[in-house]
Ligand binder design. Structure first.
Ligand SMILES: C[S@@+](CC[C@H](N)C(=O)[O-])C[C@H]1O[C@@H](n2cnc3c(N)ncnc32)[C@H](O)[C@@H]1O
Length: 236
């Protein structure tokens, strides 16, 4: 099966011409830090019934955090029919659109969850993932907005814990300061993960994301890291 993003967007028109970049700022706040829980806030999830997400009823092999419009998610699923991929996205309109495409195109190994990754991944079994993709996250480059970033030391520690040994987290960003922030976070786990930087001119054998395609079109450089888990996390 081959996918063509343009044909997909014609067949399944996106509700807005351009989905708004940032939704309400409170959505980026972890549940435990909210004073009042707004009505349209995706609540924390402690478990999921995978038979309702993937046709083979198994748990995900890959996680795509901040799926956005999901071209990457859809392609990975189609290219790896024997693997399950779960996207996690906070923008409801992107999630609704992807649900429609996944159902319409019968892509049975892809799932999309309306969720804030900062609320934890209790629903994913430890040491079960082969890959986590964290590609072109919302930049929030100002340090005063650092708390809105989806990647924190806690999130990263949890993601590493969810990876099998030999599994990898793939990072990409077009902002040097965010790339440096990722490297600094990864340094905290240097006994557990081994990191390799991949320049934007070099292929890393993954489909391009919507944002990556836009960077390529505009001639914008981007920075990538593959962090591979080399050992189990030792108890602290
Ligand atoms: C710039 S877009 C990139 C989308 C896609 N990965 C790509 O490369 O085209 C970043 C996405 O991350 C999502 N996001 C940001 N913080 C999030 C969080 N805490 N939990 C889930 N998704 C989040 C945003 O809503 C947005 O769709």
């Amino acid at each position: 099966m081959e996918l063509d993003f343009l044909s997909l967007t014609r067949k399944y028109p996106f509700p807005e011409k351009r989905p708004r970049h940032h939704v309400a700022p409170y959505l980026y706040v972890p549940y435990v830090k909210l004073k009042v829980v707004p009505q349209n806030y995706p609540l924390p999830i402690s478990s999921l019934d995978w038979t309702k997400v993937f046709q083979n009823g198994k748990s995900p092999d890959f996680l795509d955090i901040g799926t956005g419009r999901g071209w990457f998610l859809l392609q990975i699923a189609v290219l790896n029919p024997e693997k399950n991929i779960l996207g996690i996205e906070i923008r409801k309109n992107c999630v609704d659109w992807l649900e429609m495409v996944i159902r319409g195109e019968k892509i049975q190994n892809a799932g999309i969850l309306w969720y804030n990754v900062l609320n934890g991944l209790n629903f994913v079994e430890d040491k079960s993932l082969e890959a986590v993709y964290y590609l072109f996250p919302d930049p929030w480059p100002k340090s005063k907005h650092e708390k809105r970033r989806a990647m924190t030391k806690e999130t990263l520690g949890e993601l590493i814990n969810k990876l099998k040994v030999g599994g990898s987290i793939f990072f990409a960003t077009d902002l040097l300061e965010i790339h440096k922030f990722h490297l600094t976070l990864l340094k905290e786990f240097e006994t557990i993960v081994s990191c390799k930087e991949v320049p934007s001119q070099q292929s890393w054998d993954l489909p391009a994301t919507n944002k990556e395609l836009s960077c390529i079109r505009r001639g914008v450089n981007f920075y990538r890291i593959i962090a591979t888990k080399v050992t189990e996390i030792l108890p602290t």
